[in-house]
Design a protein around this ligand. Structure first.
Ligand code: PLP
Ligand code: NAG
Ligand code: NAG
Length: 731
């Protein structure tokens, strides 16, 4: 509950370690061995890559507009243009390309086309590739070294229409009677393999508009320095010349001045036609495109991002839709964010975040992630980090202390139960971070840095923007609304991460009218949003049936105040310093107005929460968890019915079985947790039981687990064992 203090401790120990000999050596070695072009990791000093002499290569399916767009772009930049079809292939073969294809057949054509491209040399040109070039690996490796590959991503249906209109009736690969649709689908993976930058083309975009997007994409690529991050407590953003990039932000977590990182220039805005393209895509595809827009390709290259997004949102979600939206009643919809492996919405961020973290780490240091938890974060972190593969897995180990007697030993992740309460775990971790004797020892002996995967990390917030966007796109796709019509979202709110990411989705262009924040009887956020005063004095945490939103210090609120004050770092610094010292602050009147334009807030009593679970079940057969019920109660009270409202269902009802039994007034509750879940599952007609939760419970009874005494030295020993198991065996 006090992430802010906790993080300050984390950071100072990191800084201590960077001055430590072994880590410094590691960083220096890494810098020497990687040329600026082979990696984009931010600890490499070369940031901007001028285009000087490099080509702009346009890639995409036939009919994407590569030739025409190439001409316009070349004209605008005053560069020569090369069309591979006309200027390379026909010159080499001395015959039209179509004639060549007809005479030698598809396979031979691809090979000869590739060979011809291998001989290609040019610099400082705009080059329009052929639609089939990307199928030849050697040729692509060759041309890719000459410049920047831009993928004109056009919808397949648009391509098919254009080709019909252009009377193109045969392209490479079509001999065997394969449909055009299948060929385009097959080829997409090759385009996504070679691209440096995607240009997402909307249905109806003119060639001039596409050319404009290409120019913007080239400019973005070259101007890496424009996509830096600043602290919410940074007094003068303009004069600050510190360049903090995505990779720094992911590894550091908290800014050195105690603030949280935010993108200096906010979020990119996406136009309606592009959103409509996204509406036709699957969840992992939507995630990929949106993340590409928010993470500069020199921080994480497109292909690696693709691998990560597809791994995160693939088979580990029990619903293929990942975050499906279901109709509840009237104008209310539920977005089910609980289909991940640990059945809470934390999975949406934590299936991706560890991969980004591992990618951004300097390659020579080991990191040990420590998290004190009693709830959803712990299990989601465990699941996310345990999925890392190969060397990444060996470089990040996890040690989790859980309040309850749980255990988890899978790969590099493990939980240790401590015979004490959450506060003890939290204090112990803080003490470990703060003790330079210990952190120094771990660094020198094992080259290992302690870190934490807390909720303020930018890489945890960013993936959440995707599901808010996705909810809106699903409603468009299913004809509930037309693009541009508003919706409200209602969110059970604790650390304000979920709510903040909805505000960011709105900044990207999703027409969210109001973000409604729902609290339980720990109502500090509701009080703040209604009065403008954040007051910790005299408040104590009251237990509730919705423990994930039992909160006093809501850490991401700092990002929200920064956002609504148009980036007033001085104000944010002043307010949060005051909160630390005096336990309260009051925002100025005009700012309160701005806050209330963006968000509404309400709170729900324990009784109302249970009553809502029961009445929704009676009316619709749907069983909600306690957090979702809090959102339902508040939405009923505050929403005006003028537009659809999406309730964020942040957990599966099975996770909070006792409260749900009580709400549904079910007696004779079985003792065995697996039986409890079965019983609840047979009561609920919707949603379906959570596959992984069942399996996990079944297995946990068989697992051996470590239980520690509540003693500092015992836990330190546990940490050292963990490091030995994780890192020493593989080195
Ligand atoms: C973490 C959590 C929340 C709170 O989300 P914030 O982003 O911290 O506001 C709500 N519900 C559940 C089930 C959670 O696990
Ligand atoms: C590539 O260039 C070499 C030497 O210039 C030439 O011999 C060869 O035929 C060329 N290959 C193709 C496929 O054009
Ligand atoms: C996630 O998926 C991978 C395969 O993609 C599987 O090996 C792993 O067990 C899954 N993890 C969980 C927690 O479901």
């Amino acid at each position: 509950y006090s992430h802010i203090n906790e993080c300050q401790v984390v950071l100072s120990s990191l800084r201590y370690l960077v001055t430590n000999f072994r880590c410094q050596l590691a960083l220096r070695t890494a810098r020497c061995y990687l040329s600026p072009f082979s990696s984009s990791k931010s600890w490499i000093s070369t940031r901007s890559i001028p285009l000087e002499g490099r080509n702009i290569l346009l890639m995409g399916p036939p009919g994407a507009g590569k030739t025409t767009v190439g001409r316009i772009v070349a004209h605008r930049l005053g560069l020569p243009v090369i069309d591979v079809d006309d200027d390379v292939l026909e010159m080499t073969w001395k015959m039209p390309v179509a004639a060549k294809l007809a005479s030698v057949g598809g396979e031979r054509f691809l090979e000869e086309e590739g060979q011809a491209l291998c001989n290609f040399s040019a610099s400082g040109c705009v080059v329009s590739l052929t639609g089939s070039n990307p199928l030849h690996s050697e040729a692509m490796q060759h041309v890719r070294q000459t410049g920047l590959v831009i993928y004109l991503d056009v919808d397949s249906e648009d391509i098919i229409q254009r080709l019909t209109r252009m009377k193109v009736n045969r392209i490479v690969g079509q001999e065997a009677g394969v449909s055009m649709r299948d060929i385009l689908k097959y080829r997409k993976q090759f385009y996504e393999k070679w691209l440096d930058v995607r240009v997402l083309c909307g249905t109806g975009d003119t060639v001039e508009e596409v050319a404009e997007k290409v120019l913007k994409a080239v400019e973005r690529y070259q101007n890496h320095a424009a996509e830096t991050y600043v602290s919410t407590r940074c007094a003068n953003v303009r004069s600050s010349n510190q360049k903090t990039h995505f990779s720094d932000v992911v590894v550091e977590g908290l800014a050195t001045d105690g603030g949280l990182y935010v993108p200096k220039n906010g979020f990119p805005r996406i136009d309606a036609r592009e959103w409509l393209r996204l509406a036709g895509m699957s969840y992992p595809e939507r995630a990929l495109v949106l993340l590409e827009k928010c993470i500069h390709p020199l921080d994480v290259c497109a292909l690696d991002l693709r691998t990560m997004a597809f791994k995160a949102y693939g088979s580990n979600f029990s619903s293929e839709a990942v975050a499906p939206v279901k109709h509840l009643n009237h104008n209310q919809y539920v977005q089910e964010l609980f289909h991940g492996p640990t059945a809470s919405f934390k999975d949406l961020a934590l299936q991706l975040m560890p991969q980004l973290f591992a990618y951004c780490l300097p390659p020579m240091c080991n990191y040990l992630i420590l998290v004190a938890t009693s709830g959803d974060t712990g299990s989601a972190v465990l699941s996310g980090f345990s999925r890392l593969s190969g060397t990444d897995r060996h470089r990040t180990g996890i040690e989790i202390q859980k309040l309850q007697m749980t255990s988890y030993r899978e790969g590099n992740a493990r939980a240790v139960s401590v015979q004490s309460d959450f506060d003890f775990c939290q204090r112990t971790i803080k003490r470990m971070f703060g003790e330079s004797g210990l952190t120094g020892h771990l660094a020198v002996e094992y080259g290992t840095v302690l870190s934490t995967a807390n909720s303020i990390n930018w890489a945890r917030l960013l993936p959440q923007v995707v599901y808010h966007s996705s909810a809106y796109l699903d409603l468009c796709r299913d004809g509930v609304i037309k693009f541009g019509e508003p919706i409200d979202v209602c969110i059970p709110t604790g650390n304000f991460g979920n709510a903040m990411s909805a505000v960011y989705a709105k900044q990207m262009g999703i027409p969210i009218r109001k973000v409604i924040c729902a609290s339980n009887h720990n109502r500090i956020i509701t009080d703040f949003i209604t009065t403008g005063e954040y007051d910790l004095r005299g408040r104590t945490l009251m237990l509730s049936q919705s423990p994930a939103i039992d909160i006093l210090k809501s850490s991401n609120l700092e990002r929200f105040i920064y956002h609504v004050s148009d980036g007033d770092g001085c104000l944010v610094k002043d307010l949060f310093t005051r909160l630390d010292r005096q336990q309260h602050f009051q925002v100025p009147e005009p700012l309160l107005g701005r806050i209330q334009q963006e968000v509404l807030a309400g709170w729900c009593s324990e009784d109302d929460c249970l009553a809502a679970i029961q009445s929704v079940h009676r009316q619709t057969g749907y069983v909600m968890d306690t957090h979702t019920a809090v959102a339902k109660v508040v939405a009923d009270r505050l929403q005006d019915g003028l537009c659809p409202v999406v309730l964020c269902s942040t957990a599966h009802y099975g996770k909070f079985a006792p409260a749900v039994f009580k709400a549904l007034q079910i007696r004779n509750i079985p003792e065995d947790p697996v039986e409890q879940l079965r019983k609840l599952g047979s009561t609920a007609s919707r949603p379906e039981m959570h596959r992984d939760m069942m399996t996990c419970l079944r297995e946990s009874s068989r697992r051996r687990h470590t239980v520690c005494q509540a003693e500092y030295s015992v836990l330190v020993e546990e940490v050292e064992n963990m490091i030995q198991d994780s890192f020493l065996k593989v080195m």
